[in-house]
Design a binder for this molecule. Structure first.
Ligand code: HEM
Length: 510
């Protein structure tokens, strides 16, 4: 008769025996894991040995060095001491090599390394694998398919649409301003850019600026960016299960749900409008296909359409990238002009001389605003809306100074540090639009607000137009003054925002 080894009444000693075996196995596993971690750390240390950095704690990395919300400032201090690049240890074995030298940037952006999975995967439950996060052939296929949505013919009529959204915002500012209290502009500008992208890319009819859902979408986006920022820096929240059980994980889930409800509604509405191909023909006759039409009617080379999942990812990606980056850009530009009244006045005079008494602003006007464009670029140098982007090296790299990094290392291209690097931009904190005068010379990779290479920003032209329209129309209506008691503190939250908001005094011009 067979006797079960698990029968506790017959073999009282066997339970403790099993426990002993289990403990031994657990211990061996632990030792194995510790050895693995140790060896990986040794490998990492060797990999970055040519790149000195401040001493770091074996578990907490450089956490001590980076005081809360002083990251950007700290990186500038490092850049002074450690030229071109410097490893930053996040925790244990988590390491990225920060780079801020134009020659280094050129090398990395000239390759086709994938986006750093460890970092971008934390964003994926929200924006999915759309153009921003995709890699390889699928990215290429999507990029090729979506590029026509940013063709000159499509962008041209958007100038009037954006101008309309800007006027709505400025009308509201007229009602809100008073002599003695400044206005926090970031919120208002975000609503305006959300309104613009919804009207341009998604041909949405109603105004996002007066819609309550837009407010909750924006709040969800703000929460998601904060939560992702803190998760990247947390030791315990790396594990998906632990994170999903934590209060932050719950908040993240809720905010994703809210953001998706917003984009789902946009897709649903359009799908019901475009029930058949005849409808598409009608649209083609009356206007160019917008971004969402292209997504809905696109056929891949294999004849298949975008799956619902891919469609949703692209809509989530463009809804976010299409409004939050430009909101950051416009808000910081207005702040920079408020802080530099001479440049502000010169821009205003230029806009007045171009627009004269004309009621509307057009595509042709934008190219003539050369001084304002220089100011916009200078503001984007000091306050780049996207402060950094990351890549995971798919093969070893050797930089022009002979130093190299092996495959597998994550590099963070710190656009903010590059733009503030005194070796690249003398007196980097001085606002000097003439750095961008037509006859000025500079390194091809010293100014990268829209990144560079094949993964550069697909919405660059749309964004530049939107920023010009917003700044020009604002300057025609208001004089901008900074609030000396609340100097904005730039902090990286996927895009550059201000820790304490961006407060300006607005004076209505006669
Ligand atoms: C001032 C405004 C903007 C700035 C500074 C900006 C900056 C950037 C940067 C730095 C990247 C590279 C990201 C990376 O490598 O991880 C990027 C990519 C991207 N941007 Fe923008 N962006 C702006 C506006 C826009 C707008 C208005 C849209 C859409 C309408 C847009 C859509 C995208 C998309 C889809 C990508 C991914 C492109 C790809 O990988 O093929 N961006 N942007």
């Amino acid at each position: 008769m067979g006797i079960s080894a698990f029968n506790p009444t017959r073999f009282p000693g066997s339970i403790s025996g099993l426990l002993q075996v289990a403990s031994l196995l657990a211990l061996l596993l632990l030792l194995f894991k510790a050895a693995q971690l140790y060896l990986h750390r040794q490998w990492l240390l060797k990999a970055v040995q040519q790149f000195p950095c401040p001493p770091s704690h074996w578990l907490f990395g450089h956490k001590q060095e980076f005081q809360k919300d002083q990251e950007l400032q700290q990186m500038l201090k490092w850049a002074e001491k450690f030229p071109s690049a410097c490893p930053r240890w996040f925790r244990g074995n988590k390491l990225t090599v920060l780079i801020y030298n134009p020659d280094y940037m050129k090398v990395i952006l000239g390759r086709s390394d994938p986006k750093a999975h460890d970092i971008y995967k934390l964003v994926s439950p929200w924006i999915g694998y759309g153009l921003l996060l995709l890699n390889g052939p699928t990215w290429f296929q999507h990029r090729r398919m979506l590029t026509p949505a940013f063709h000159y013919d499509i962008l041209k009529p958007y100038v009037a649409v954006v101008a309309n959204s800007v006027q709505v915002m400025l009308d509201r500012w007229e009602q809100l301003i008073s002599e003695d209290s400044p206005l926090e502009i970031f919120q208002h500008v975000s609503l305006m850019t959300l309104d613009s992208i919804m009207k341009c890319a998604f041909s949405h009819k109603s105004s996002a600026q007066s819609d309550r859902n837009s407010h909750s979408y924006l709040q969800a986006i703000a929460d998601l960016k904060d939560l992702i920022f803190y998760r990247i820096r947390s030791i315990i929240h790396q594990n998906d299960i632990i994170y999903s059980l934590s209060s932050n994980g719950q908040l993240f889930k809720q905010a994703c749900k809210l953001a998706h409800e917003h984009t789902d509604q946009v897709i649903k509405q359009r799908k019901s409008q475009l029930q058949n191909e005849t409808e598409l023909e009608k649209i083609k006759r009356t206007r160019h296909l917008d971004f969402l039409d292209i997504l809905l009617f696109a056929k891949m080379e294999d004849g298949n359409s975008f799956s619902n999942k891919d469609l949703r990812a692209e809509v989530d990606t463009f809804m976010f990238e299409g409004h939050d980056t430009t909101a950051s850009g416009i808000s910081w530009i207005l702040y920079a002009l408020a802080a530099h009244p001479d440049h502000q006045q010169r821009c205003r005079e230029e806009v007045q001389s171009i627009l004269g008494d004309e009621a509307s602003i057009t595509w042709e006007h934008l190219d003539q605003m050369s001084y304002m464009t220089m100011c916009i670029k200078e503001a984007m140098r000091i306050y780049p809306p996207v402060p950094s982007v990351s890549r995971e090296l798919s093969k070893p790299v050797t930089f022009p100074d002979g130093r190299s990094l092996p495959k597998g290392i994550i590099v963070s291209l710190s656009i903010y540090t590059l733009h503030h690097n005194p070796k690249v931009w003398p007196n980097p904190e001085v606002f000097d639009p003439f750095r961008f005068a037509v006859d000025s010379t500079r390194h091809s990779h010293s100014f990268l607000p829209f990144s560079g290479g094949s993964r550069n920003c697909i919405g660059k032209q749309f964004a530049m137009n939107e920023m010009k329209v917003a700044v020009a129309l604002t300057l025609l209506r208001f004089e901008l003054l900074p609030d000396p008691t609340r100097t904005p503190l730039p902090v990286p939250r996927l895009v550059l925002k201000s820790k304490n908001g961006i407060y300006l005094y607005l004076r209505k011009l006669k």
